[in-house]
Design a protein around this ligand. Structure first.
Ligand SMILES: Cc1cc2nc3c(=O)[nH]c(=O)nc-3n(C[C@H](O)[C@H](O)[C@H](O)COP(=O)(O)OP(=O)(O)OC[C@H]3O[C@@H](n4cnc5c(N)ncnc54)[C@H](O)[C@@H]3O)c2cc1C
Length: 298
């Protein structure tokens, strides 16, 4: 069960590039947030207030989710999933940083992106994040097991998780490649990862979403996933949203693939890597982070 949401107060807002905005949260309730192990792709839940409504009042115990889900839509706010870009502790404060992708075009935007594009210091939201005072909340999928080579591939929504993974591996000798597709050349950001992992930024500059990632992965099958489902693909060595039987375990092959981004793109990469190239399920994590034309539930 997820620990209760905490109030996070915007401490600073930095426009990193045309399509990324960095929001640093702090506040007294964040003092319990932390982890004794690397964060890698640790996901968190953010609850945004609806326009002209305050944040919902939630019980500070493990029943908060049922309470939240039972509130009227107008007052409960909107829940979305994000990654921790960084988590730092100062003597008297905790700073939790999230890099938001701005997708603000009319008809293609959503409450989270809209909130981030207007964020100013002092704004508040609720966050469900790993805590030092409770059991692990789960939510880390990156697990290269005994692999010696990692291939990280994702679009802009996965860029913060890829950056965190690489920075957490900074002292490692693990070999590999990180492929990060972003909307524009100016969205290329600095990552302080290990020298043994090559980072290749792939600015689309108008090319279709996912095309450059597939090219870089030598996937020539360019069909998009046409599945009529709002569900995001989620398939890791431990879990399959497609209902396949899986044997839980850590990555066993030489290569470990971690792939995240738009669900249709990830699905077609999955099809190619698993079905056509015969990659073993224990070597891959495929994660749909969002889906074209679908507003996330919550
Ligand atoms: C584990 C995990 C970690 C994630 N980490 C991050 C992160 O660190 N940073 C981040 O920015 N996102 C991240 N995401 C993705 C984010 O949760 C989604 O993009 C989410 O849909 C944004 O919510 P919204 O309210 O802005 O849009 P929604 O209400 O969910 O969607 C509204 C419309 O916007 C479109 N849309 C949603 N996202 C995008 C996008 N990126 N580009 C173009 N159109 C889009 C949808 O297709 C829909 O048409 C993560 C998702 C997961 C599952």
């Amino acid at each position: 069960m997820l620990a209760a949401p905490l109030k996070a107060i915007v401490h600073s807002v930095t426009r990193l590039s045309p399509n990324f905005i960095r929001v640093e949260f702090s506040g007294p309730e964040l003092s319990v947030v932390g982890s004794t192990s690397p964060l890698y792709d640790q996901r968190i839940k953010l609850i945004f207030p609806r326009t002209n409504h305050p944040l919902p009042e939630l019980p500070a115990d493990c029943n908060w989710y049922e309470h939240w889900a039972g509130l009227p839509k107008e007052t409960r706010g909107v829940m979305r999933t994000y990654s921790i870009r960084s988590l730092t502790k100062a003597a008297d404060a905790t700073f939790l940083t999230v890099d938001f992708v701005l997708h603000t075009a009319p008809g293609l935007t959503g409450p989270a992106s809209t909130w981030a594009s207007n964020a100013t210091p002092g704004d508040e939201l609720l966050v469900v994040a790993p805590r030092l005072d409770s059991e692990s909340m789960g939510g880390i999928e990156f697990n290269y097991g005994t692999a010696s080579n990692v291939i990280l591939a994702g679009d802009e929504t996965a860029a913060p998780a890829i950056a965190r993974i690489l920075e957490d591996l900074a002292d490692s000798e693990l070999q590999g490649t990180a492929l990060v597709e972003v909307p524009e050349s100016d969205d290329v950001l600095k990552i302080d990862g290990p020298a043994s992992i090559t980072v290749k930024w792939l600015p689309r500059n108008g090319r279709p979403h996912g095309e450059l990632l597939k090219e870089a992965l030598a996937i020539h099958h360019m069909e998009e996933d046409a599945a009529a489902t709002d569900q995001l693909l989620w398939e890791t060595p431990e879990y399959s949203s497609t209902g396949e039987k899986i044997t839980p375990g850590r990555a066993r092959g030489e290569d470990y693939y971690w792939i995240a981004g738009e669900s249709g793109v990830v699905t077609s990469i999955r099809r190619s890597l698993v079905k056509e190239k015969g990659l073993d399920r224990s070597q891959v994590a495929f994660m749909g982070y969002w889906k074209h034309g679908v507003s996330m539930k919550g």
